[in-house]
Ligand binder design. Structure first.
Ligand SMILES: NC(=O)c1ccc[n+]([C@@H]2O[C@H](COP(=O)([O-])OP(=O)(O)OC[C@H]3O[C@@H](n4cnc5c(N)ncnc54)[C@H](OP(=O)(O)O)[C@@H]3O)[C@@H](O)[C@H]2O)c1
Length: 317
């Protein structure tokens, strides 16, 4: 079996590569021209440089493959970039996969697409529908929050500043999952014989954690007294309304407006399965996988035994 990994230079793409390499799977990593994989991976996988979005002939350079794992995603979440990457790049990847008559396409998506309000969520859903309608057997992994999304306040807390909460810190909850646990879950999908499309929402080991409990965990790991400050989530709307007139004439401000929408979404919506019948998030109904906990991760980062992942463009604080 040869697996083509797209988005191999990203946070989850690299974790999936490590997991495949550990299982001795034959891997082709698709990377944008000029982007480098970590040294340890570069020498053990076949690297193909191609620009899926810009280059019409990109797929001519790809060796035959049986399975695709796509961890492609817009790095900014801006509407035009999301259209280009979350939808269009994945669409081109699927067209190539169809030509190769592959047996399984695994898409890393996000649990937040259940209640789409943001441009990038709509683009992800648009591609999910395309995958569903194609003849290629597929698994859509809708993951909850990554540990990477929950490292933003480590430096504040270490410096003795209060942990910032929205409202009372209980407005949202998630079952955070580590990159290695999620990578194992994704690669495990390849063991399953797939027909049609299956959607797999997935979180890390429970219980679900609200930001208030996250503050306690982080302060304990940093060995500092618990200090929090509450912010109103509506603040994102206030800034958005201020910027709206500028957004009408400036693409730069339009992106900032979308970013404020994204921030408000994550400040007020849980990363858990949505229970349509009862119109609420369902912590118990959100599947769990793995063993690595956020508390243990915070302890490792604060003791210096692990570095906090780069947050790239996904930062709020
Ligand atoms: N953050 C969370 O808590 C969370 C939770 C659940 C699900 N998710 C979802 O998980 C997925 C992966 O997230 P991640 O954090 O691993 O993403 P990431 O680190 O931002 O990586 C994105 C990948 O897509 C590639 N890419 C971006 N723009 C591209 C373009 N124009 N052409 C070709 N490749 C492009 C990047 O390549 P370059 O290195 O060349 O830029 C990179 O390999 C996303 O769909 C995300 O929505 C995230």
């Amino acid at each position: 079996m040869r697996v083509l990994v797209a988005g191999a230079t990203g946070y989850m793409g690299a974790a999936v590569l490590r997991e495949l390499v550990a299982r001795r799977v034959d891997v082709v990593a698709l990377v944008r021209p000029g982007r480098l994989l970590p040294e340890a991976l570069r020498s053990v996988v076949t690297v193909v440089e191609a620009d899926v979005v810009e280059d019409a002939d990109w797929s001519e350079h790809i060796p035959a493959f049986d399975v695709v794992i796509s961890c492609l995603a817009s790095r900014s979440g801006a509407p035009d970039d999301a259209q280009k990457v979350d939808y269009e790049a994945n669409r081109r990847l699927l067209a190539c996969a169809e030509r190769h008559h592959i047996r399984h396409f695994v898409l890393l998506s996000a649990i937040c697409v259940q209640r789409p309000r943001l441009a990038f969520q709509r683009e992800k859903l648009r591609f999910e529908r395309l995958l569903h309608d194609s003849a290629v057997p597929s698994t859509i992994v809708r993951a909850t929050a990554f540990f990477r999304s929950l490292v933003g306040q480590i430096d504040r807390v270490k410096a003795g500043k209060p942990f910032l909460l929205f409202g009372n810190g209980e407005l949202t909850a998630c079952k955070p999952i580590s990159d290695s646990d999620l990578a194992r879950f994704i690669v495990n999908q390849l063991d399953e014989h797939r027909e049609g499309t299956v959607v797999r929402p997935i979180g890390g080991p429970g219980p679900a954690i609200a930001p208030a409990a996250q503050a306690v965990m982080l302060c304990n790991a940093a060995n500092v007294p618990l200090k929090t400050r509450s912010l109103p989530p509506q603040m994102f709307d206030w800034f958005r309304w201020l910027l709206m007139p500028l957004a009408l004439v400036s693409p730069g401000f339009a992106k900032r407006v979308e970013f404020l929408r994204i921030a408000k979404f994550y400040a007020t919506e849980s990363m858990l399965c949505w229970d349509h019948d009862n119109q609420r998030y369902d912590a118990d109904g959100t599947p769990e996988f793995g063993t690595d906990t956020l508390a243990a991760f915070y302890r490792r980062v604060l003791s210096g035994s692990e570095s906090a992942p780069e947050r790239g463009e996904h930062r709020l604080f």
